[in-house]
Design a protein around this ligand. Structure first.
Ligand code: SAM
Ligand code: SF4
Length: 327
């Protein structure tokens, strides 16, 4: 369905948990964030119901994220339910890759083959510093297993000034011999209060580094709802992309809604929740009422992330963790 800026909204991102086994410092403080009690999280039956209603409204793509989605015990059950919903052409997952290996055969059976894996450095020690956990070898094993099993893989790397800009080229080199879309993401200020100000390494800076190294970068034509500007390096199997997540240059083609683990709907990543759909559902509303509520939320979707930020009730975005809103 269309919003008031004529954008087709057909993609929902659901953070299935706020819990995580890593502690990436751009996402949360070292001692983590206060987790919501389990009873406050949407149950998988509630998520399935929301997806059914959204499917009837024309949604065709769903991404499960978190926190770490594979930490949730009933996550595979949720994937089974979702794959039985005919509306969803594709099911996507964003994961840190530490817990998914044992689920790989079932994921394949379910046809859930589109995975975004987060790896911010190819240097084991730097990976440890960034994530505050020593899981580099496991995550790289997951990377190779996913490739070997034919998964369609995207790799997410948050690029931070003074931290891992030296990883841009080594990470881009993964696209040389692997069919992987390596995407470099601007850091956003959602770190659960770990730090208030971020020193930006912008999409433009990242692009300059790539261009200085590779010279020719052929821009791929964009697809509906793309946030990444994607480039082909001649002769490479995969691609590299840059996501201006903080500069917000892609809002005019936004196609998404977000749902947080406790059912808070975000019609933009930069708003602080426009409606709690969990409470609404638990008040006993019908599917028709749910559907009407989604229509209203979509109609009111702000023009861009700057407008959404101005409308926030809580001014400090940095106090929120990406883990509780779903990256
Ligand atoms: N735990 C999973 C993972 O790390 O892939 C899924 C949830 S994580 C919040 C989703 C994505 O958000 C990851 O790729 C992560 O790097 C990104 N992310 C988290 N905090 C961010 C921030 N402050 N700025 C930009 N991206 C961020
Ligand atoms: Fe966990 Fe993902 Fe946040 Fe890292 S980015 S702390 S893996 S939720």
């Amino acid at each position: 369905m269309k919003d008031s800026f004529d954008r087709t909204i057909d993609y929902v991102r659901i953070a299935v948990t706020d819990r995580c086994n890593l502690r990436c410092f751009y996402c949360m403080p070292a001692n983590g964030i206060p987790y919501e009690p389990k009873a406050h999280l949407l149950s998988y039956e509630e998520i399935t119901r929301l997806l059914r209603v959204l499917g009837e409204l024309g949604f065709r793509k769903v991404r499960f994220t978190g926190g770490e989605p594979f930490l949730r015990k009933d996550f595979m059950k949720l994937l089974e339910n979702t794959s039985a919903l005919p509306a969803f052409e594709s099911i996507h997952i964003t994961s840190n890759g530490t817990l998914l290996q044992k689920h790989l055969p079932r994921l394949k059976e379910l046809g859930v083959t589109k995975i975004n894996l987060s790896i911010d450095s190819l240097d084991k020690d730097r990976f440890h510093e960034i994530t505050r956990r020593d899981d580099f070898v496991k995550v790289m094993d997951t990377f190779h297993l996913l490739i070997a099993n034919g998964f369609q893989l995207k790799l997410n790397a948050v690029i931070m000034k003074g931290i891992n800009t030296q990883d841009i080229i080594p990470l881009a080199e993964l696209a040389k011999n692997h069919p992987v879309a390596v995407r470099f993401i601007e850091e956003m200020p959602f770190n659960g209060g770990y730090k208030e100000n971020i020193e930006m390494y912008s999409a433009r800076d990242i692009y300059s580094d790539l261009q200085a190294h590779y010279g020719t970068l052929l821009k791929n034509p964009g697809k509906h709802g793309d946030t990444a500007t994607v480039y082909q390096i001649p002769g490479y199997q995969g691609t590299v992309g840059v996501i201006a997540a903080f500069s917000r240059t892609f809002c005019n083609t936004c196609n998404r809604l977000r749902i947080s683990p406790k059912g808070e709907i975000k019609s933009c990543l930069y708003d602080d929740g426009v409606f709690n759909i969990r409470d609404y559902m638990r008040s006993g509303v019908t599917d028709l009422e749910l559907s009407e509520k989604f229509r209203e939320i979509i109609r009111l979707k702000p023009k861009d992330g700057f407008e959404a930020e101005k409308m926030r009730k809580t001014p400090k975005a940095a106090m929120q963790s990406m883990s509780s809103i779903g990256g």
